[in-house]
Design a protein around this ligand. Structure first.
Ligand code: AMP
Ligand code: ZN
Length: 463
């Protein structure tokens, strides 16, 4: 069965066929580094990580680029409010972002271009000049340069906007706006006082790029005029991606991206995540509450990207117990396999995992296949009906699954505190004090470790 993804551009499921056989050029809009990324942002990045890992699982070579938006309306507002230079303001947020990616086991992109890098700014200026020469851009009275949306007949196709006469000649300067306010958008913003010391010289005087041209320039500058897949969260569809298409295609004359994929937004406990509602989480907030990166990863991963994800504490708890199940199974397989060489095994769930992902990244079906296989084989293990070589094959299969899901147990060494509690628990068990033993086990769990009693004694597994 071919791989099929939902293309937001055609609003249809399409067979995935890259422009060049075996290679995928993937561009994913990265964070605007004006604060710590929230878990909604990470839903988008985890969906993109699953996409990349799935393509690699199916033997494609993926070249992935994720940009960092380190100059736009929001970052400028932030650095002005803090009274510090833009680069000083964005630096800690960039660092935090990379730490969070690691915590969530998101595979690093091949490149993380930053919008303020001199070569990218130069490319933005050159693209805007080309647009001006070709009649797609004009300079307005305020000194800024705007894209003339009327000059690109396909404008509005991605977001399904039909332009009417009223919208001709309307201009929007801000980076973000609603569909109702659609109009010519800013490519280059003439410097004004609110920009402080942020600005670059250009043929149109001192100013700065609009957010949209940044991505067009970084994507085409690094990956070439045509991409295979361009991703983001659903809020990126308009105006950001609509503008990216218009700018890039008017410069190159080629179709910018063959496929567009967008994930639905994340909600928290059934409502929109907002600072004012007190349900706004960064990854750090969750870590402070005792959840691990792996648990947050699974909670954000477990719902298909095109379905809304309602993030709840119950969801995190469910992720914790699912991981415990997975780890227990893995430990059991390793123990049963010993040093046996692999022997053929065939369970329909083994293929079902990959086919579910081939079907537009249907992660819930893929996870269901894994847990069904666990249930079935645990029964065989209970009855001593799984040969060591078969257990070895299943363990190898699980390694392949983890190359896509990245949910393998932490290879962390045991903290001294857990070690000490394990000692106390061993003593309690030796004196048959089951109550104390259970309570120590719960205490260990609060530190993020699960205790398993095996025939070789206690084993602690990172939750
Ligand atoms: P930003 O830093 O706002 O530019 O967003 C970075 C990425 O996160 C973009 O791809 C957004 O579409 C995505 N994003 C923002 N909020 C959410 C959310 N609540 N759920 C899922 N993705 C989001
Ligand atoms: Zn972008």
């Amino acid at each position: 069965m071919p791989i099929r993804y939902f293309n937001s551009y055609s609003r249809q499921l399409e067979d995935f066929v890259p422009l060049e056989e075996g290679r995928v050029r993937l561009y994913t809009c990265g964070p605007t580094v004006y604060n710590f990324a929230h878990i909604g942002n990470f839903r988008a990045y985890i969906f993109e990580d699953l996409l990349q890992r799935h393509l690699e699982f199916r033997s494609f070579k993926v070249h992935r680029v994720m940009n960092l938006t380190d100059v736009d309306d929001k970052t400028i507002r932030g650095c002005r409010a803090a009274g510090i230079p833009l680069a000083v303001f964005t630096k800690p947020f960039k660092e935090a972002f990379f730490e969070d990616l690691k915590t969530l086991r998101i595979k690093p992109a091949d490149q993380y271009p930053e919008a303020t890098a001199a070569d990218h700014i130069a490319r933005m200026i050159s693209m805007i000049s080309t647009l001006e020469e070709k009649g797609h851009a004009y300079r307005a009275d305020d000194g800024s340069v705007y894209f003339r949306i009327r000059s690109f007949p396909a404008y509005g196709r991605l977001a399904h906007i039909v332009l009417d006469e009223l919208q001709a000649g309307v201009r929007v300067r801000s980076d973000e706006y609603e569909k109702e306010n659609v109009g010519d958008f800013a490519l280059w913003k003439a410097w004004d006082e609110a920009d402080g010391d942020v600005g670059w010289e250009s043929p149109w005087g001192r100013g700065r790029p609009g957010w949209h041209i940044e991505c067009s320039a970084m994507a085409t500058g690094i990956l070439g005029p045509q991409l295979d897949i361009h991703c983001g969260g659903e809020d990126n569809i308009f105006p950001h991606h609509e503008a990216e298409i218009a700018q890039s295609e008017c410069v190159t004359g080629l179709r910018f991206s063959k496929y567009w994929m967008h994930c639905k937004h994340l909600q928290v406990e059934g409502t929109k995540m907002a600072k004012s509602a007190g349900n706004f989480f960064t990854l750090r907030d969750l870590m402070d509450k005792g959840w691990s990166g792996r648990e947050v990863r699974l909670a954000l991963l477990s719902v298909k990207y095109r379905e809304p994800l309602n993030f709840t504490m119950d969801g995190l708890a469910a992720a914790r117990s699912a991981l415990a199940r997975l780890d227990e199974w893995s430990a059991r397989l390793t123990e049963t396999a010993g040093s046996a060489p692999p022997e053929p095994v065939s369970f329909p769930e083994m293929d079902a995992f990959g086919s579910a992902l081939d079907d537009d990244l249907n992660i819930s079906a893929a996870l269901a296949a894994v847990f069904e296989l666990i249930r079935e084989t645990n029964r065989l293990l209970d009855g001593g009906n799984l040969a060591p070589g078969q257990a070895k094959s299943l363990a190898d299969w699980l390694t392949g699954v983890h190359s896509v899901l990245a949910l393998e147990p932490e290879a962390a060494s045991l903290p001294a505190e857990v070690q000490a509690l394990l000692g106390l628990r061993a003593q309690a068990r030796a004196s048959k004090d089951w109550k104390a033993s259970d309570s120590i086990r719960d205490q260990i769990a609060t530190l993020g470790w699960m205790v398993k009693d095996t025939k070789d004694g206690q084993k602690a597994i990172r939750l």
